[in-house]
Design a protein around this ligand. Structure first.
Ligand SMILES: Nc1ncnc2c1ncn2[C@@H]1O[C@H](COP(=O)(O)OP(=O)(O)O)[C@@H](O)[C@H]1O
Ligand SMILES: [Mg+2]
Length: 237
């Protein structure tokens, strides 16, 4: 990994994936001017898909959701460069890849300091031809083997002791080869012990239930049982 730092900004990037990285490369406007925006997705904010030299990236600006988010949208208290959300997510993604968990490769992370606060952005590799579970399940049901793979992927993440604090069905993607990916590791971290693990699963189940009510997704409790069973089997080995 390489760094490109100034007094008020820090960038960590993977030179194998991006040639150079300066603050301008984290601005959607820059990619727009270069005709390099190839799409977008809505989460808390907008994730921009961009065409890089060698691969496609997903550019995301860190911002808060909820009521508090409307007041302090995208400024976080600065407690040191290595503690910024973008640099934390960058290194957590690399750790997860080492552990064999299917997560996007991190390309570049930026943090910009403004007095006591900072703003942050992250570019990850775009997962090609992937859709999140919510969009898929609005169209079709998923086979048992996919639910099994989801359970197994979460088990891998938990064996690596990573607590995904926002494990919901918007953050699980399935690609054209039916490979399961977990994304969105903002605020997530390694954690000792096992007590927190069932909390991740409960949150995921609530997310299925919520979208069943809200968007009528094609999902049943039996699908959940398959996922959970595969999780438990994988966790025991
Ligand atoms: N690396 C990626 N590859 C493909 N799609 C992505 C990638 N990262 C994000 N997305 C899409 O953008 C959406 C929002 O990104 P996410 O990282 O979940 O941020 P947030 O939920 O905080 O807005 C995701 O639900 C997904 O559809
Ligand atoms: Mg998300």
């Amino acid at each position: 990994m390489k760094q490109s730092n100034s007094a008020d900004s820090h960038i960590t990037y993977d030179p194998a994936l991006i040639k150079e990285a300066s603050p301008v490369h984290f601005s959607a406007l820059y990619w727009q001017k270069n005709n390099a925006i190839i799409g977008s997705a809505k989460g808390r904010g907008t994730t921009w898909f961009i065409q890089l030299e060698k691969l496609q990236g997903a550019l995301r600006h860190y911002q808060r959701g909820g009521l508090f988010g409307r007041i302090i949208k995208d400024h976080y208290l600065f407690l040191g460069w290595s503690k910024t959300r973008s640099l934390q997510e960058f290194s957590l993604l690399n750790f997860l890849i080492q552990q064999g968990v299917h997560v996007p490769r991190p390309i570049a992370a930026l943090a910009i300091k403004k007095r006591f606060t900072y703003q942050a952005d992250l570019i990850t590799e775009k997962i090609n031809e992937a859709q999140d579970l919510v969009s898929i399940l609005q169209e079709t049901t998923l086979d048992a083997d996919i639910y099994k793979k989801i359970g197994q992927e979460i088990a891998k993440m938990h064996q690596a002791q990573v607590n995904h604090s926002d494990l919901n069905i918007h953050n699980i993607l399935i690609d054209a080869n039916k490979k399961v990916w977990i994304i969105d590791f903002d605020k997530c971290a390694k954690q000792h012990g096992n007590a927190w693990k069932s909390g991740n699963l409960q949150r995921l189940k609530r997310s299925f239930l919520k979208e069943q009510k809200k968007r009528n997704i094609l999902w049943s409790n039996n699908d959940w049982e398959i996922l959970k069973e595969a999780y438990l089997v994988a966790s025991a080995t």
